[in-house]
Ligand binder design. Structure first.
Ligand code: PLP
Length: 445
């Protein structure tokens, strides 16, 4: 009997034995095409040699040194690398161990930014429904995914507020242009700030491309520009959560480049370490850093593994691989081909409502009725069944479906390694089709 506490206690999982390129192999010798990079993590494929070598060589020098005593060369070099490519105004990097730690750090930093100069009343944070910012209690309260929140009420919600997400295909009004829709839902932020009192709102947090709740939904053009304007008007900090969509996943190192805006704080993780080591980071503006530096001189937050030297060394190698192999351009090109292949194979399917995304971050939204866009009954577990059937057939895709209010619907996320080849696009299509048919058979029965 195993003593591991798995997330799905009833699932019987194969044991992973090895990884190579876009594939994983289990101990029975079965191969799986990892078309979701786990959870949009393994951006360089499995066992990327230069990253592993960088980690090994750092481990031989020094594995760990607490950041209250030391800085380290890998952390310094990685921070320099990221800041040289970061959105305008971003000047400092705070390394953590994963995505939830990054968003928690961002929310706490946004609040401390205001308490540093006596504006302690700025404690409210506004987020969006159908978002995900992590599973720790603070990040969970910010996230707007009702399924994940349901069992943990009351959450730390006294200061967390939500506005509508930006998903034009699902929520645009008939006859409304994408631009008009984007401005309408962005303006909900202004209304919420005014309702709470502008002097009480510290930050707004959003994913540039929503990942873990809706399956790769980018905002419509103009939405984030309006969001930026509103934040500036009221002195509210803009936090972008790029934990899933950042680090090249959309074909840009920072996803917000495509939206033409700069945040005050940006969170990254997942692809930052490519799965070789756990690592995340919160990047903040020079202005925020200066206020802490000139104020208390101390960020009242920290974790044991901040700036872990081996994780930073691995991540620096990931960043170099992306650049040396021109992987951002490759992600954009392969992403377009993947989108075209998905549309050709499934665009006319009776249960496929929307196929969208950016780069190698693509989502398929399944619907019970294409005309009304009505989602499937969540009890059917369509997305979970697709995942299961695809996995049995040697394909990994990432399902989203859980909801307590019938709003979220079923989505399949495809987020393969950046080294995906055309033959593997065909393999995704060949294996996903039958998996969809077998899962949807239960909905038709
Ligand atoms: N933020 C976003 C946008 C995510 O997609 C995730 C994880 O899926 C997180 C935060 C949490 O990251 P982690 O699971 O590394 O804590």
């Amino acid at each position: 009997m195993s003593h591991v506490f798995p997330r799905h206690t009833k699932a019987v999982l194969p044991t992973v034995a090895a990884g190579d390129g876009c594939y994983l192999t289990d101990t029975a010798g079965k191969r799986y095409l990892d078309a979701c990079g786990g959870a949009a993590v393994s951006c360089l494929g499995h066992t990327p040699r230069p990253v592993i070598d960088a980690v090994k060589s750092q481990l031989d020098r020094v594995a760990y040194a607490h950041t209250s005593f030391f800085t380290s060369e890998p952390a310094e070099e990685l921070a320099d690398h990221l800041i040289a490519r970061a959105p305008e105004g971003i000047g400092r990097v705070y390394f953590v161990s994963g995505g939830s730690e990054a968003t928690e750090s961002a929310i706490k930093l946004a609040r401390q930014f205001f308490t540093e100069q006596g504006e302690g009343a700025r404690r409210h944070v506004i987020a969006r429904w159908q978002s995900y910012h992590g599973n720790t209690l603070g990040a969970l309260a910010a996230g707007g995914n009702r399924w994940r929140r349901a069992q943990f009420q009351p959450l730390l919600t006294g200061a967390m507020h939500h506005i509508a997400p930006c998903h034009y295909w699902r929520w645009g009004e008939p006859g409304e242009s994408p631009e008009a829709y984007g401005l309408r839902v962005a303006d909900e932020l202004e209304a919420k700030i005014l309702e709470l009192g502008p002097e009480t709102v510290a930050a707004f947090i959003a994913e540039p491309v929503v990942g873990a709740t809706m399956g790769a939904v980018p905002a419509v053009p103009g939405y984030f520009k309006r969001i930026r304007e509103i934040c500036d008007r009221y002195g509210v900090l803009l936090i972008l959560d790029e934990v899933m969509c950042g680090m090249g996943r959309t074909g840009y190192l920072f996803a917000c480049e495509a939206d033409g805006i700069s945040p005050d704080i940006v969170c990254i993780a997942k692809g930052l370490g490519a799965g070789v080591q756990p690592i995340g980071a919160m990047l903040c503006s020079d202005e925020i850093y200066r206020r802490i530096e000139e104020g208390s001189g101390f960020f009242q937050h920290g974790h044991t593994y901040l700036g872990h030297p081996a994780a930073c060394a691995g991540s620096l190698a990931v960043m170099r691989e992306i650049e040396q192999n021109d992987l951002l351009a490759r992600v954009r090109q392969t992403g377009d081909k993947l989108q075209a292949a998905l549309e050709a194979a499934f665009g006319q399917h009776w249960a496929v409502g929307d196929i969208r995304g950016r780069g190698l971050f693509r989502g398929i939204e399944l619907v019970a009725d294409k005309e009304t866009k009505a989602p499937f009954d969540s009890g059917l577990g369509i997305a979970a069944k697709i995942k299961k059937a695809a996995f049995a057939n040697g394909l990994m895709v990432y399902p989203m479906g859980g909801t307590v209010d019938g709003q979220n619907g079923d989505h399949i996320l495809i987020a393969p390694p950046f080294i995906l080849e055309e033959a593997q696009i065909a393999e995704i299509i060949d294996k996903l089709g039958p998996a969809m048919e077998s899962a949807l058979a239960s909905a038709r029965a």
